[in-house]
Design a protein around this ligand. Structure first.
Ligand SMILES: *[C@@H]1O[C@H](CO)[C@@H](O)[C@H](O)[C@H]1NC(C)=O
Ligand SMILES: *[C@@H]1O[C@H](CO)[C@@H](O)[C@H](O)[C@H]1NC(C)=O
Ligand SMILES: *[C@@H]1O[C@H](CO)[C@@H](O)[C@H](O)[C@H]1NC(C)=O
Length: 497
């Protein structure tokens, strides 16, 4: 997924097209007048000096773009600060601080952790994959919200799949539709991408079949994953012919000129032509979670191959038609699935029903159409903001609303402040990894998957409870996490929980 991020980021660099990227402007020194803690004030006073005279001039000369509804004319000094805790993802360049002028209001964003304790620092933005309980910014200040950006696989951090973990965040951008800033269709560039005509005709596919090409393609080089997909595919391969390239369950060599692309997630044309020849593509995500769908699903649909899918249990909700993907878990066994694939392989008319969605008139899925229509961020689309900038603006507008409501409440007690807002399991909530095939009780104790993923899942629950405890006790040293985890375990074993 680094790839997509890599491709989206250049948008940020297009300061010349300031219009497109919502951002930029000079930065002022951010002496934090309102800060009650004088000691902090002294220590922090010098933090926001421009790095050099040059960068100061550069910033001064770049005008900022204001969203059409943004009438925020406060100076930089008066704006709330959003701190990107995962500095590597800070979606601005160059420098570590920017003013952002969003749809409704403005903020300063920074990746400079020195502002952590500032009163003006309203929110801290975390990247899920990098989030570590033992490095969390503590003590957690009452006035600061936490925002989570996590578009990647659930396997990257199961901490976020547990109630006590996700509830620490106030705002989320995840692949789940229930998240505050959903990224569900992040791997689907556009409707046109789906509608593109089938790359290889059925006649040609049938000819290739007669020449010995298997009906089904599997191409995976990331083998030890929580969805344990290889265990299922291995079972399936007992009942139907599968050409398996890549490192996992390999039974075929890639042609020499394609070797470099065997793990490609991009659109290398040689690679695309090579895989498009198969009637069916095994498309199993590395982690299972509602609404977690990647290019593994969209690419075969794009090419006019039929995905045999396991990943989001709700995948049907987003499909162009109710007959465009074969869902593994609809079948009682790998054998039953294999029989069905064979049936489609031998019945052109039935096979082609899966490709009817290529005719735009057949797409009646309003959830899909509306989500593509209304999302404000683009995929490989320079004319739209990327979702990192989109999410920080979402947080910025939320925080300004919250601050305004608190101010109004202070002025006139009659006005209620906005109620607290926090995430819950519907914003991530991925289930305990299960074996890809069979029951967990039947696995040998030394099974590689068994030794990694269920443990990883439960250890991350310990960490979520540990961090919750650190915050509840107003600890300032995150390395006390292990002690808190131990205390929780001890008190639980004594029956206090
Ligand atoms: C943010 O979340 C925390 C932890 O769940 C909660 O205690 C706090 O009230 C929330 N803050 C706001 C402003 O909603
Ligand atoms: C969980 O969050 C969702 C979406 O933000 C919200 O609609 C729902 O009411 C929440 N559920 C609970 C139990 O708080
Ligand atoms: C939490 O800790 C911080 C610094 O360690 C301190 O300034 C603050 O007063 C504490 N808050 C509470 C509620 O005890």
């Amino acid at each position: 997924m680094m790839l997509v991020r890599g491709r989206l980021m250049p948008c940020v660099c297009l300061a010349v097209l300031g219009l497109l990227c919502w951002v930029w402007v000079s930065f002022a020194s951010l002496a934090d007048e309102q800060l009650p803690m004088e000691a902090w004030e002294a220590a922090n006073h010098a933090v926001f000096q421009p790095q050099s005279a040059l960068s100061e001039m550069e910033f001064a000369s770049i005008s900022s773009y204001r969203g059409p509804g943004n009438n925020d004319h406060r100076s930089n000094k008066e704006l709330p600060i959003l701190l990107w805790w995962s500095g590597g993802l800070f979606p601005h360049f160059p420098g570590d601080t920017e003013r952002i002028d969003c749809a409704r209001s403005s903020c300063l964003v920074t990746s400079n952790r020195k502002v952590q304790m500032y009163k003006r620092t309203a929110s801290i933005i975390f990247y899920g994959t990098d989030f570590r309980a033992y490095e969390a910014p503590l003590p957690r200040l009452k006035h600061q919200t936490w925002a989570l950006f996590h578009e990647e696989s659930p396997m990257n951090n199961y901490f976020l799949s547990h109630g006590p973990g996700i509830r620490l965040f106030n705002y989320t951008a995840t692949f789940r539709r229930e998240s505050d800033y959903p990224l569900t269709l992040q791997w689907l560039p556009s409707l046109d991408y789906l509608l593109r005509p089938t790359s290889v005709s059925l006649e040609e596919k049938n000819r290739l079949r007669r020449e010995g090409l298997a009906p089904v393609l599997y191409m995976q080089s990331h083998c030890d994953v929580p969805s344990n997909r290889d265990r299922y595919v291995q079972e399936l391969m007992k009942h139907i012919e599968v050409d398996s390239y890549g490192k996992c369950l390999n039974n075929k060599a890639m042609p020499g000129h394609l070797e470099d692309t065997s793990t490609a997630t991009g659109e290398n044309p040689n690679f695309m032509n090579f895989v498009a020849r198969y009637k069916f593509h095994l498309a199993l995500e590395n982690g299972l979670c509602p609404d977690y769908m990647t290019e593994k699903l969209w690419r075969p649909l794009h090419q006019g191959c039929v995905p045999i899918y396991r990943g989001s249990a709700l995948v049907a909700d987003w499909m162009p038609t109710q007959h465009s993907v074969i869902i593994i878990d609809d079948f009682p066994s790998p054998k039953a699935l294999a029989d069905f694939i064979k049936y489609l392989d031998e019945n052109d008319e039935e096979y082609e029903k899966y490709l009817q969605f290529k005719n735009p008139k057949t797409i009646a899925n309003t959830r899909l159409l509306e989500a593509l229509e209304t999302r404000e961020w683009g995929v490989n689309d320079m004319s739209k903001p990327n979702y990192l900038n989109g999410f920080e603006c979402y947080v910025c507008d939320q925080e300004n609303m919250r601050l305004a409501s608190e101010k109004a409440h202070k002025k006139a007690r009659m006005v209620d402040p906005l109620p607290p807002k926090m995430a819950n399991n519907s914003h991530m909530g991925c289930p305990l990894p299960q074996p890809g095939y069979g029951d967990v009780q039947d696995l040998p104790e030394d099974d590689g998957w068994l030794q990694i993923w269920p443990q990883d899942y439960w250890q991350s629950l310990d960490q979520a409870e540990g961090l919750e405890s650190l915050i509840r006790h107003n600890e300032s040293d995150p390395s006390l996490l292990w002690k808190h985890i131990q205390n929780i375990a001890v008190s639980r074993s004594r029956g206090h929980h």
